[in-house]
Design a protein around this ligand. Structure first.
Ligand code: VGL
Ligand code: ZN
Length: 234
């Protein structure tokens, strides 16, 4: 083999999956798995499909076996919600507008309360899940985060719930990496939880570089980025 070629391929291998880094992360009784917005709206056939969104389901179902505590979230908007482009004359989806709390990305109408579109994916199997947190139900305020709404003032109650349950560590999965997963993870850190995002249990929207920015922001706040194979087997 050509020497230069060999060095290149060895480096590529090392970057992909360092075999020596067999560190396993254990869930334990004080950890919770947070499954963010794995809803029909965010997969093919839904109103705001995330590329490959449904692929997180088998990964999450498998991870769930290793957790005693599981929280599910649902994006749960009123009809005519302020985050919908259709609520702002002249605006199109994926443009932005100013709301009382700052810049808001405008989305297609999605995840309307009680609709089939807002239902959890039927293949999601989380029999141990203990609570479902619904968010984004205030007409004039969006909520990517499962902890705090976009006004950065209104709490959802999730932080208090987890603390009262004695939870110290959270593992965030679901959709979408660069919006609801990232905001949830950053707010989990802010609330004092050790926080991991399990990357292969998420998929991203990636709007104007939002995915790279989300990882940068999460890493700056001390969120740890791992893969499902880094978790100790259940
Ligand atoms: C989400 C955009 C709008 C998400 C929710 O779940 O990441 N993204 N609403
Ligand atoms: Zn939404």
């Amino acid at each position: 083999m050509h020497r230069r070629h060999f060095i290149l391929s060895a480096a590529a291998l090392g970057a992909a999956q360092p075999l020596w880094a067999a560190a396993t992360v254990k869930a334990g009784p004080k950890a919770a798995l947070i499954v963010v917005d794995v809803q029909n709206c965010f997969v093919d056939g839904g109103t705001l499909p995330v590329k490959g969104g449904a692929e997180v389901v088998p990964v999450i179902n498998k991870l769930a076996g290793g957790f005693e505590n599981i929280v599910i979230t649902q994006d749960w908007h009123t009809p005519g919600h302020a985050s919908f482009a259709s609520s702002h004359p002249g605006k199109k989806p994926f443009e932005t507008t100013q709301l009382s709390y700052g810049t808001q990305v405008l989305w297609p109408d999605h995840c309307v309360q009680g609709s089939e579109d807002a239902s959890l994916l039927k293949d999601l199997k989380l029999p141990k899940a203990q609570v479902i947190v619904r968010k984004g139900f205030h007409q004039h305020v969006d909520s990517y985060s499962a902890f705090q709404e976009a006004d950065r003032k209104t709490g959802t109650g999730l932080g208090g719930y987890l603390k009262e349950r004695g939870i110290k560590t959270v593992f965030v999965t679901g959709l979408a990496t660069d919006f609801c997963v990232a905001w949830t993870a950053i707010d989990a850190r802010k609330a004092g939880f050790e926080t991991y995002v399990i990357e292969d249990a998420t998929r991203a929207i990636d709007l104007n570089g939002s995915l790279a920015k989300a990882w940068k922001d999460m890493q700056a706040k001390g969120v740890k980025r791992i893969q499902s194979q880094d978790m100790a087997a259940a």
